[in-house]
Design a protein around this ligand. Structure first.
Ligand code: NDP
Length: 330
């Protein structure tokens, strides 16, 4: 019998899915061309949905959860990768249609791999993880839509979460004046240290949205959706841009078209899962230059894989702060 190793595996019973720590073996892994010795994965909101079964993320069972991973190539059938290469995978349907990163070994498609920038260790890459790489995609979208440092205040919603924390640190490093929207006043010192220059209570953005409101933000990164995103849109300054990536507050969008047709506001949709490879590489290269390591360390905690079920429930309740790295070998 081949040697077993640990993974967080979702299984379905009575129409409900739930994940737990289980032993699996290399023979169980899917038939992809690169075998990776996984070192770290991370905890993202989507992982919370998949592991608890609160959202229908896994499309088949059994499913190894974990939407991202970083590790070392052990075997490769692709010329572009060789044993010993340090690699990162984000998204591509891992934990949805394909087995993911909460596993000590993973067999993945070479097309999904990004070579780890030399600036990062595998642990740092996962401190960034999908949430941080998504935050960078949001910042790139604001830049492509001409939101320039010094032009006014940029809002980050869900600021104390994973995407929000990295977005605050990146925008501040790039010279933007960052206002953080959070429901947790106890995170103000933490967010100030990351670079937030001001705060608003998230309750202010949870009221019934007006079709249009006083112009306030030149740019915004929104990980909350629903009324929050509708309120943010109504408050955008002329020509401003909102990068919308999340639904922590709900998947609806009760907004009007006024911000678009009266103020030329842009709503930039951000998808990390199927983002094209050139954009991924650009995002990781920019993270290497624009995300201060000290700030990354300040927003990161490292937890063993056995705690994933407990942490998955906590992230859905908005109880985790910043980035949670999962050490799959601890
Ligand atoms: P986190 O749970 O770490 O952060 C979400 C934050 O949103 C919380 O910390 C909290 O911030 C705020 N929040 C939570 N619940 C509510 C609520 N009911 N109303 C208003 N604010 C709320 O998650 P992540 O940062 O990992 O992900 C954030 C969102 O982005 C998720 O919806 C996730 O699915 C999405 N996402 C999308 C990606 C994409 O490719 N488009 C990739 C990665 C993430 P605070 O306490 O500061 O108020």
């Amino acid at each position: 019998m081949s040697e077993t190793f640990n993974a967080i595996v979702a299984e379905e019973a009575d129409g409900k899915s739930k994940a737990s720590l289980k032993p699996i073996s290399v023979g169980d892994l899917p038939d992809n061309d690169v075998l990776v010795d996984v070192e770290y994965s991370t905890l993202n909101y989507k992982d919370g949905l998949a592991v608890t079964g609160a959202g229908r993320i896994c499309r088949s069972f059994p499913m190894v959860c974990g939407i991202d991973l970083a590790g070392t190539v052990a075997e490769s059938g692709a010329a572009a990768f060789k044993p010993g290469d340090k690699v990162v995978v984000n998204g591509y349907g891992m934990s949805e249609a394909h087995w993911g990163g909460y596993s000590q070994k993973a067999r993945v498609k070479s097309d999904w791999l990004v070579k780890l920038p030399s600036a990062f260790t595998t642990q740092e890459a996962m401190a960034i993880g999908t949430a941080g790489y998504t935050a960078m995609l949001c910042v790139l979208a604001l830049e492509h839509n001409h939101v320039a440092p010094g032009s006014g205040e940029v809002l980050v919603t869900g600021a104390a979460g994973g995407v929000g924390s990295v977005a605050v640190a990146l925008l501040a490093k790039l010279g933007h004046t960052v206002v953080a929207s959070t429901g947790r006043p106890e995170t103000h010192d933490y967010l100030s240290d990351l670079g937030a220059g001001g705060f608003i209570d998230r309750a202010e953005l949870a009221d019934e949205p007006k079709p249009i409101a006083r112009e306030r933000w030149v740019g915004a990164v929104d990980s909350v959706g629903s009324k929050t995103l509708a309120n943010v849109l109504s408050q955008m300054a002329y020509g401003g841009c909102v990068a919308a990536c999340g639904l922590a507050g709900g998947m609806d969008l009760p907004a009007s078209v006024f911000p678009f047709i009266l103020r030329g506001v842009t709503l930039a949709g951000i998808d990390s899962v199927m983002a094209p490879m050139d954009l991924r590489i650009e995002a990781w290269e920019r993270l290497a230059t624009d995300l201060p390591k000290g700030k990354l360390n300040a927003m990161t905690t490292v937890e063993p894989m056995s705690k994933v079920p407990e942490l998955a429930a906590a992230i859905l309740k908005g109880q985790t702060r910043g980035r949670v790295v999962i050490d799959v070998n601890a």
